[in-house]
Write a protein that binds this ligand. Structure first.
Ligand code: 13P
Length: 282
């Protein structure tokens, strides 16, 4: 069933687990997430980047909504990392459950202004908003942010940002990186703890692929209620696609089913690690 992002995150935070927000690009991605979530009895989020929407447009949101509505577990459909107000509006009109208003590249005052404007529109339509303070380095869909541009989230600014914008969730940078970790990950848990003491909204960690299990568990214990997962699932998809299509003969449906099965492996690992399995009240 389709559920609000706010409800999924609040229940997760209250009960000491986290929701997996999996970036998907198409039908196969959505099915991999929903089949796994149903099997594990887990609430889950389907997450669309603007790069996926640039291809699929609002019909892709409609499909995700319809699939979420038919699912036997609560599902929210989220627009990930969007700095563009026009795309945010298109997603809102298209029926998205929540959006990430990404003003993390802006100076604080401008980020507050941008996020506040998005929140005002979203609230009127009962849509959730995730803001980001600080900036992650790394790479996603070929777009790279160099390490020198990384900016850790300042706890005092986090309080100010949440109060002034009214966002429902806050993405933080504590050393997490999008895409592949070039060196062993180091997360600043003292910083995360201080942020969690200051702000009441659920916290979000991007760049989950490649983080060790212990760091995931510790993040949850300090208030992280949503983890964004892309690279590990996407690379399984592409490896399976290459492997199946290099066979001497194959049908397209075999590629589709093979890719769905391949993506389910990391999705299952993450759901179990986040502790969101067996959370559906009968
Ligand atoms: P990874 O690709 O590192 O899993 O990060 C995904 C993400 O943060 C999407 O917003």
């Amino acid at each position: 069933m389709l559920e609000s992002t706010a409800k999924l995150l609040q229940e997760a935070r209250n009960n000491g687990y986290a929701i997996g927000a999996f970036n998907i690009y198409n039908l196969e991605g959505a099915l991999a997430v929903l089949r796994t979530a149903e099997r594990l009895q887990s609430p889950v989020m389907l997450q669309l980047l603007p790069s996926a929407l640039a291809i699929g447009g609002s019909p892709l949101i409609s499909y995700c909504r319809a699939a979420a509505s038919e699912a036997r577990v609560p599902v929210a459909v989220h627009l990930d990392h969007c700095p563009d107000e026009q795309v945010i509006e298109m997603a809102m009109r298209g029926g998205i459950s929540s959006v990430m208003a990404d003003g993390s590249y802006l100076p604080l005052a401008e980020n507050i202004e941008f996020s506040r404007k998005v929140v005002a529109k979203a609230k009127a339509m009962n849509i959730g908003v995730e803001g980001e303070l600080g900036r992650l380095s790394g790479e996603e869909d070929g777009i790279a942010t160099p390490e020198a541009m990384e900016k850790m989230t300042a706890p005092e600014e986090a309080l100010q940002f949440v109060d002034k914008t009214g966002v429902d969730a806050l993405a933080v940078c504590i050393g997490n990186v999008h895409g592949k970790y070039r060196k062993p990950p180091e997360l600043d848990f003292e910083r995360l703890k201080t942020i969690a003491e200051k702000v009441t909204v659920p916290l979000v960690l991007h760049g989950t692929s490649g983080l060790p299990d212990t760091m995931i568990r510790e993040s949850i214990s300090h208030g992280v209620a949503k983890f964004n997962v892309n690279t590990e699932v996407r690379s399984r998809y592409m490896t399976a696609m290459k492997e199946i299509s290099s066979r001497q003969s194959f049908e397209l449906v075999e590629v589709m089913e093979g890719c769905i099965a391949a993506m389910q492996v990391p999705i299952e690992q993450k759901i179990l690690l986040f502790g969101s399995n067996e959370r559906i009240k009968q």
